[in-house]
Write a protein that binds this ligand. Sequence first.
Ligand code: ADP
Ligand code: MG
Length: 715
Amino acid sequence: MPTGDPPLTLAELRTIPLERLKGVGPALEARLAEMELLNVLDLLQHYPRRWIDRTKKTDIAALAVGEEATVFAEVRTIHGRRTRQGRALVEAVVHDGTSMLTITFFNQAWREKQLSPGTEASFFGKLDVYRGKRQMTNPVVDVVGRAGVTDEKTGVIVPVYPQSGKAEVFTWQLRAMVADALAKCRLRGFADPLSESILDRRDLIDRGTALRAIHRPESMAELDAAKRRLIFDEFLRMQVGLVARKRAFEAEQSGIRHRVDGLLVDAFLARLPFTLTDDQRGALAEIARDLAGAAPMHRLLQGDVGSGKTVVALAALLMAVQGGYQGAFMAPTEVLAEQHYLGSLRMVDGLTVPADGSLLADRPVGVALLTNRTTAAERRRITAGLEARQIDILVGTHALLYGDAQFSRLGLAVVDEQHRFGVEQRALLRGKGDQPDVLVMTATPIPRTAAMLVYGDLDKSELRELPPGRTPVETRLVEPSPLAQAAAWEALRAEVGAGHQAYVVCPLVEDKGKVEAKAATAEFERLQAEELHGLRVGLLHGQMPSKEKEAVMRTFREGALDVLVATTVIEVGVDVPNATVMVVEDADRFGLSQLHQLRGRVGRGGDRSFCFLFADPTTEDGEQRLAAMAASTDGFALAEIDLEIRGSGEVFGERQSGFSDLKLGRIPRDEETVVAARSVAEELLDDDPDLGSHAQLRDEVHDLLGDAVDFLFKS
Ligand code: ADP
Ligand code: MG
């Protein structure tokens, strides 16, 4: 690499194969490829998993019995054998220049191979004494240096790389390759997409320093600065993409200018048995403004369970309908689609619109349901109805996107979602009409920062207050004792005795689908014979044919069943205000947000409601999470706690756009960084809307988001 060339960009680093590095031959290259390390960029972004601070080490000679400490030592001897009980036992003797120490591993036979004599490693554990000998049992081990290799100079802080598993690439090999890569890049240096003035203002170090320091930090302070910079970059790329997309939406002038004031919506609102809450009114006003505007709406309607999103959605759909457009209303499950369908039918009952081509004749507002299970004949009827403009609102599952539903004038799509509706689906939807407006509703409250990542390209309306007259659900933890559980079942029977209804949520089954259905069926039969004996009990699970599901839901809704035993299929949206009690079995196995959604199925009428969480509080995190559930009915607070405990990958799924691109960044921990990145993204795009003079950043964003931002960079 000749000098005088400009500094290296990420794109250039990606073109440099790993074989250019010292000691990397075809065999190692193949093993690296197994770890998805294909080029120098991959390698430099393969960040250490941990960093060991050698200054924090303790001399073996100075260690006191019972003390926890890290020692750095070289393995002198190591032997494996079996105990009389047949357990694998590996004993190593290590030396750190001050003293010897025996290390004992139980059930870790592989240590014998890992820690061959001469290997240098750190051992973290508690010093104890066994038969008069000082030793550590099952310490945490990080291999630092290879036997017989003395030329690797590691600094005071030693990086430890993620274990490669079967690929067998060792941490010292990665360290050597990274060192070589950094050395070879030094002449040209690393290009920085951010100007010095931004770095200054945001107190960030330059990229080159950060890339070096994350792998070979000279101090813990330098390491922290490196992490901050690299995390900032991760979030900045996402935010630039999201903000740019949001602005492109806003700049689009080809949307439908809906006529939002009219008799239809007025009649709808006037006929509701309640008045809208202030939040509902506010959200509807924001939606109306978007609908009337020339830019297609991309809005998120966020609100806790039971906050009344459905009414707002229907009012919005009618705004489109009164101008002669059609609306799509999509739900994540069939049960919910069916319910939205019935709810919509009920709420528009008696409302009319002018019949096509006639100023004088009116016809009823047309609502239809389309799911995967809709019969061919019904499908044909729907197709004809859409074409003839007799169907105004088509309700369905997300299948509506992929199916053959041909709207003649799709004006607004409402998407009731559960973290399942991505950018691609939104694009598909736009393909169904000219430029339909899109309203996304989330049933699960999303913490603010997470929303900034997942929905950073959407405008937001929020329903914070619940409709009046609700009493918070009383939540009780029920210990796994027959007495405590009997009391809960007694309470359930008492509610049923008073004319109310109940849900029993079956335990989650690891291997979903058929197994879960079987478990639910067994539990249903058991409960019917025992705790729920004599009550009218129904069963609902995901594997049932759609017709049966609908039939059971209908029976329950009509009050002909007392108790519904169900899997998590009832998680979203099921709305039966007469249900006042819920029992969740094995509650410790559910995520917090999921429990909150489930609990939201009761407490929907004016009556006092109860939720009994059967749980063994001794499980990991279980106690903390369940205590939070019992203490709070605020979905937002619970979502924050859930995110804190489980991490974004678990909560949103690895594949949720954006999160899989985070290597170092984590929310909610890095909330401040997300906010800062958002504001820098906005600043940059204010001055330079197509990033014409920030080519490097633009390329990095494009690289990350691909097709999703293609349209931004056509020029
Ligand atoms: P969400 O979809 O946000 O969970 P829903 O739209 O299903 O909530 O509303 C929950 C219940 O509250 C429904 O039975 C609905 O009819 C009722 N509801 C909605 N808005 C109001 C309001 N402003 N006042 C009283 N009840 C309302
Ligand atoms: Mg519009």
